[in-house]
Every structure is written in C-alpha cells, then in structure tokens.
Design a protein around this ligand. Sequence first.
Ligand code: NAD
Length: 498
Amino acid sequence: MAGRIGHFVGNKRVAGMSGRQGDVTNPATGEVTAMVAFASEAEIDDAVQLAKKAQVAWAATPPLRRQRVMFNLKGLIEKRTDDLARMMSLEHGKTFDDAKGEVGRGLEVVEFSCAIAHHMKGDFTEQVASDMDSWSIRQPLGVVAGITPFNFPIMIPCWMGAMAVACGNAFILKPSEKDPSAPMLLAELFAEAGAPAGIFQVLNGDKVAVDALLHHPDVPAISFVGSTAIGEYVYHTGTQRNKRVQALCGAKNHMVIMPDADLDQVTDALIGAGYGAAGERCMAISVAVAVGDVGDRLMEKLAPRVAALKVGPGLDPQSEMGPLVTRQHRDKVMGYVDTGVKEGAKLVVDGRGLKLQGYEKGNFMGGCLFDNVTTDMTIYKDEIFGPVLSVVRAKTFDAAIGMVNDHAYGNGTAIFTRDGDAARAFASGVQIGMVGINVPIPVPVAYHSFGGWKASIFGDHGVYGMEGVRFYTKLKTITARWPTGIRSGAEFAFKARN
Ligand code: NAD
C-alpha cells in the first residue's frame, strides 16, 4: 500500500491539510509507492510564522553552539547514509553507490558549516580616524527558503540548509515532489542533531508552495536549483518583491578533447560523466567536442562502451545506470533522440529499444550516442537531461572554445589534453563557471563554491563556501568613538578622516 508523506514542521512530521497531493513512484517498476502532500498558501504561512519566532533565538545562539549542532548532524548523516541512499535510489532511480556518493558530497558542505564561527567572524580596523574604530559583522537574514530539484534530493538541500542554518537563519525547504523521502529524513536528522523546532522545516508541494514562498513578506531570501525556465521565473518573481534570490539552473556541459589526449582516459571520463545517473546531473557531460583528427579514434573506443552499459534498477549492484526519474521524462528524452535523427545527426548507439525483463513498466532506456552533431541542431542547443551524448567535430582549438562560449548555458566544462598551454588558455578564456582540466565533472569542494555562468544562473553568489556565507547573511559595519571629554560641536560638512 502506498504510504503518505506530509510535511516536517516544528520538528515533527505533520499530515498535509490542503487535500492536494501527488504520486511518488519507483522509477524502476513504475509502481506508486507514496502520496506526497502539496502545501497550501496557509500551510506555508504557518511554517513561516513558526520559523520567524524560532529564528530570533537561533540567531542569538553563539555560533560555536550552532556549529556543534552541525557537528552532530554530520555524525547522524554518516550513520544514516545507507538509509538516505536507499530512499533516493527507490524514488530517483540512481544507483545505490551513486546515491551514497551524493550523501558524501552533501556532507562536505555540512563539514564546512561546522566551522561557521570562523567563517562568520568579521573585520576590525583600529583607528579609522583619531580615537575611532570600525568593524564589520555578518548577521543572518531571517527566514530563508530553498527550492530544490529532483536530481540531488540530499546534496542540494545540504548545500542550502547547512549554510543557511549554521549562519543563524531558519530554513524552509521545498524539495522536488518526485523524491521527497530523503529530504524528510534529513529534516529529522537536523532535529535530532539539536536544531530547535522551526529552524529546518520541509514543506512539500508544487507551484502553489513555491509561489507562496516567493510572495511571502517574511521570507527575504530564496535559493533555487532547477531548470532554467522555472529558475528565471523564481528569480524575477522574487526580486520584484525585493528578495535576495540565487537561482542555479540548467546546463549543457562540453568536454573538449584535444588530439594529444589519452583516449582511454577520455573514454572512461565520458562514460562516467555522460551516462552516470542516466545523464540526470547538471554537471553531466552532454557534448564531446573532438578537435582536429581525434574524432574517429574517439568514436571507435566510445561506441562499444556505450552499447555495453549495464542498465538496471538502482539497487541492483550490477547496474551502472538506473532508470530515468519518470515515464514522462523518459519519453521526453526519447523524443530528443528522434529529433536528433530527423535533423541529420548520426545515431551511432541507439538505446531507445532497451527492454528489461521483469521491469517492463520501469522508465529505462539505454545509452545513446550521436556523432556529427552540429551547433544548429536541437539536440545540441537544448538540455536533454538523459543518457544521450552528442559528439561534435571542431577543426581547431579556437573553434572548440568558440563553441563552448557561444552556447547559452555556462555551468561546467572540461578539457582533456596533455598540453599545458592549451589547458591554461582554455581555463582562462572559457565563459563557464566551473572548469575541469582532465577532470570531467569539476564540482568544486565545499570551501570553494558552486555556480555557473550565463543561462545557468540568475542572481549572484555561488551556493556554498564563503559565497554561501555571503548569500545567507547581511553585512553591518559599525564605526565607534568613545567620548573623550572634548566636545567639538555639531559638524555639518564631511571631513577627510585623520
Ligand atoms: P524543475 O525546474 O522542474 O524543478 C525544480 C523545483 O521547482 C522543484 O522543487 C519543483 O517542484 C519546482 N517547480 C516546478 N515547476 C514549477 C513552477 N511552474 N513554478 C514554481 N516552481 C516549480 O527541475 P527538475 O526537473 O527538478 O531538475 C532538473 C533541472 O535542474 C535541470 O535543468 C538541471 O540542469 C537543473 N539542475 C541545476 C543544478 C545547478 O546547480 N545548476 C543542479 C541540479 C539540477
């Protein structure tokens, strides 16, 4: 029997009251495993009011004590990694190993937040003028919200939630309605770690919940990660209401392969970065740009590997690639493959016909590999978000970097080469936020920061690291002089300080 998933408010699970709900399915079997409640505007408001009250005391809690809660959380997440990973595999479809890796990536940000007392300490200048000192401090914003996508149901809530809470805010998470179980467990772990009631809450839902947060006068900041169309809407709606908004969006990540690259290494990198998590990663490589004469040699190595991918349920240890998240998304990805063929690209490996015995209702497809893709084709321009890799040929390095720079998206990119000059010129000249040199998925560690350029982001500030501290706090600068007994009278004009 399908279970029921409500919300997590005031440190406990509560049932949804709106009467609206959605199906949660197991992508490997197509079976509906739970019904998830969709929050109403009134439910969002109740949670915000609770958060607003709780946040005052939380902001006044010494950062050292806040970071001890984050330490506890780190230990609890480590202990429950397998549970979190199993939940994600069953609702998202990704392999168990990949899901465990995701938990590890989220943990890195929790670890960073364990030193928040250090990261939030301000600047002090003695003697900005005679007998006058000045210091700057960072204070939390209040109640902040995070709207997250289906593809990283633990890592992205950790990016936002750990930073926001450690900085002294109350955080409301509106996770994807497709895989809400792991975020609900994360909320329980926050509570168990010592976060007071109202500091980390989960309100499940759809556009109604998102709009209620975007319009709420007591929510001054919104973090969003998801598709570009929705991110742009969230950014414009939020900023029109004078909110601070960061919206990290879609991607089309190119890997440039120079003729001198080690092709065995390149092939391994493309298989992992193109087909891992069935291509449902914002840092997946979806375009391989083969420079000079490397294309034919690359295809010879790549095609048999794509054809041999082991596709199966995420919890089967043999599976290298799981199903797509929903039937609708699988059909959309297949539709892109049809379009690629129609527009004249060469479909070298066709995964559309894949059938798995016993999993006929699952959202499976095999890996697809296109050659001779050109920049005017739909499959080159659009984010497909599936196991479809396009190989584009470029005559020169300049043509390759031009392609990357002309693309609308600017999340991640990589170059594979043995030539230091080419790598350096690429890293310096490429108009992309995260760059790998012989590293296919260059996701920055927690003490750097994550964020793309161009249509891959709206608003400013990466989502974690010191960029996250800046996003979730506001700056206050105090200038002070203690009376010395000498009164100089009122001063009506600015003076040079001395
Ligand atoms: P999505 O945009 O469909 O959903 C993201 C969130 O927005 C979800 O919580 C969803 O409930 C909500 N939402 C959906 N429709 C809405 C609407 N009309 N109004 C208001 N809110 C709405 O994205 P998704 O399919 O869950 O995730 C995949 C996308 O996320 C891809 O485009 C991927 O590239 C992107 N992504 C980007 C990053 C990054 O860091 N740049 C990371 C992960 C995923």
